[in-house]
Design a protein around this ligand. Structure first.
Ligand code: HEM
Length: 220
């Protein structure tokens, strides 16, 4: 890839526009809320929008490592942590919409849904798995856990992605094209990851793999 693209991606100024871009889905929701454009069923609309964006950010986060290797753009790693945290952020909004606007903090009904409605169980599992990932995304936690354990923990993102896709697949009534599309993307990214891992000439030490991760976490 061109030196120009690498210079832009490596620049300290690029993170801010990416950050702002990641806030666009939220901005659109706020704008629509202020202009009374949240459709006839605002709760459903917000739930669907935030759910869609959670899944999109999960997939984009998963795509960073294969993309940086295949496109030879190591600088892409600088954005992985931010993208992962945005996946968590939209997941949190999605979950909070369900808790506050859909269920009105009725804890017993929520517990019943988590236990008895399979698509809620899957979504809840996916979101719960994201919590330790978000909490341990800092440089301090990378050091505290040590490379191997941190990497093993952060592979949970694949389970989150699978749970998110299953959640989506189970909740749609008839047209399964979108969840199947996301599912295919997750499988493809997982296979790419395995392929790249098998193709690497020598086994890498956890510290070596984590070096860019640690640098990103330290520099914010
Ligand atoms: C990794 C976590 C999650 C992901 C990726 C995710 C993703 C999605 C997606 C893509 C949709 C459909 C959006 C559309 O139709 O355009 C959705 C809908 C929904 N999600 Fe989630 N979700 C997650 C977690 C949760 C959790 C924790 C809950 C609540 C416990 C939840 C409750 C719902 C509900 C109630 C709907 C709407 C269902 C309907 O319209 O029948 N989700 N979610």
């Amino acid at each position: 890839m061109g030196a120009g693209v690498r210079r832009v991606l490596g620049s300290k100024w690029t993170k801010l526009p990416v950050f702002i871009l990641c806030l666009v889905p939220l901005g659109r929701l706020v704008w629509r809320a202020l202009h009374h454009h949240l459709t006839a069923n605002p709760i459903e609309f917000i739930t669907h929008q935030t759910g869609d964006w959670t899944l999109i950010f999960i997939v984009v986060t998963l795509a960073v490592t294969p993309a940086r290797k295949l496109l030879r753009l190591p600088e892409l790693i600088r954005f992985r942590r931010m993208l992962g945290l945005f996946a968590f952020f939209y997941g949190f909004l999605h979950f909070s919409t369900w808790i506050g606007l859909d269920k009105f903090f009725d804890w017993s009904e929520m517990l019943h849904d988590v236990r008895k409605r399979p698509f809620i169980t899957a979504g809840f599992t996916g979101f719960t798995l994201m919590i330790p990932l978000a909490l341990t995304s800092t440089a301090g936690w990378i050091r505290r856990l040590g490379g191997k354990r941190w990497l093993a923990l952060h592979r949970l993102i694949y389970l989150t992605a699978i749970a998110g896709v299953v959640h989506y697949y189970w909740l749609v009534k008839s047209d399964v094209r979108k969840p199947v599309f996301y599912g295919a993307l997750v499988v493809l990214l997982l296979l790419l990851r395995i392929g790249l891992w098998l193709g690497s000439r020598r086994p890498k030490q956890a510290a070596e793999v984590l070096k860019p991760e640690l640098t990103t976490a330290e520099t914010g």
